[in-house]
Design a protein around this ligand. Structure first.
Ligand code: FAD
Ligand code: NAP
Length: 309
């Protein structure tokens, strides 16, 4: 039986593993369905992690994390977890391959994934002109015009990134004020090849078998603008990955708030003993790498204490 199972290999999960194993916990496994690194690996740049003054891509930034996180004995299994349940005080972790692993304690650090906007044509053309990752797909639109949808930090930062690759970026937002940090809004406004289309809704993404040909935008006055772009990047927020906590009877293993975020205290304890949470999927998460790493450290230390006592 594992002492600790960590679900998710983003900044929160890797920090939890580092602290738990360096503190002396044995038999610690981090289950990550993909390559460790988390959602920041899809970001074009990170410049706000304290102590790291060099601006770099999310992929480069996370490069050294797995080696350090596993230095003290944590193991990584590339497996998707389908469900965590607790039977007679022991956690049962059901993997996509059918195996069930038992553990004394669990840190859930499954983070968040990009939301879909629900626009007509979005699903049809997803991966064929509709994208949620500028670093992954931006290069396909070198010297072409693209559309970006959203008004948060992700939309504006990725619009800036795309402005260096693409000939023009149309930033479409449903309001005329942004959620993004003022410094980023300022940079966007000063970028010549970004055109702001405000108080406007993307109504439809259209195309043919070869991919996207354009997007239809509805303005407040009811008029429609047809943007003939081959690509649109949708950045309309994130959904927390809480599905592994859902039990067969439809209830959740621990308390969630109305938005599906995991309720926890300042030490990352959930309402279920031995189950800890860290990072973007907890209540009141600041949704920053540094905060996820901090949560992970706390959760790792708390798991260590739980197992030892
Ligand atoms: P995540 O990074 O989401 O990691 C969760 C991991 O769990 C993923 O690797 C996922 O594959 C895995 N997982 C999920 N479900 C399962 C399952 N069932 N089984 C196994 N594995 C699973 N923050 C900053 O501080 N600075 C920035 O500049 C910045 N820029 C950003 C730019 C973009 C485009 C985005 C999307 C986010 C940005 N953020 C930034 C936010 C930052 O990335 C997140 O706050 C941080 O990654 C959260 O870490 P986490 O470990 O909680 O979750
Ligand atoms: P977000 O802050 O939730 O912003 C989502 C944006 O999409 C909002 O502007 C929202 O409009 C818009 N939107 C949502 N649904 C829509 C729909 N159906 N149609 C049209 N527009 C829609 O999401 P995010 O930008 O992905 O950021 C997520 C978190 O990560 C935030 O906490 C953010 O600060 C953090 N993050 C930080 C950094 C950084 O530190 N540099 C970088 C990226 C992300 P409204 O504004 O009208 O609601």
């Amino acid at each position: 039986m594992l002492d600790l199972a960590i679900i998710g290999g983003g900044p929160a999960g890797m920090s939890a593993g580092l602290y738990a194993t360096r503190g002396g916990l044995k038999n610690v496994v981090m289950f990550e369905k993909s390559i460790p690194g988390g959602q920041i690996t899809g970001s074009s740049e990170i410049e706000n992690y304290p102590g790291v003054s060099e601006v770099m891509s999310g992929l480069d930034f996370m490069e050294n994390w797995p080696e350090q996180a596993m230095r003290f004995g944590m193991q990584h299994r590339m497996d998707e977890v389908l469900r965590i349940s607790k039977i007679d005080g022991i956690f049962h972790i059901a993997l996509a391959g059918g195996e069930v692993v038992q553990a004394k304690s669990v840190v859930v650090a499954t983070g968040a994934t990009p939301k879909r906007a629900g626009i007509k044509g979005e699903d049809t053309f997803f991966g064929k002109g509709v994208s949620t990752c500028a670093t992954c797909d931006g290069f396909f639109y070198k010297n072409k015009e693209v559309a970006v949808m959203g008004g948060g930090d992700t939309a504006l930062e990725e619009a800036l990134y795309l402005s260096h690759i693409c000939s023009k970026v149309y930033l479409i937002h449903r309001r005329d004020t942004f959620r993004a940090a003022p410094i980023t809004v300022d940079k966007v406004k000063k970028t010549e090849n970004i055109e702001l289309i405000l108080n406007a809704k993307v109504q439809e993404v259209y195309g043919d078998v070869s991919g996207v040909n354009g997007v239809l935008i509805a303005n407040l006055d009811g008029s429609i603008r047809d943007l003939k772009v081959p690509g649109i990047f949708v950045f309309v927020g994130m959904n927390v990955n809480n599905s592994i906590l859902k039990q067969e009877d439809g209830k959740y293993l621990c308390e969630l708030d109305n938005n599906g975020n995991v309720v926890c205290d300042l030490k990352m304890h959930t309402s279920t003993a031995g189950l800890f949470v860290a990072g973007d999927l907890r209540i009141d998460a600041s949704k920053q790498v540094v905060c996820a790493a901090g949560d992970g450290a706390t959760a790792g230390m708390q798991a260590l204490e739980y197992v030892n006592h």
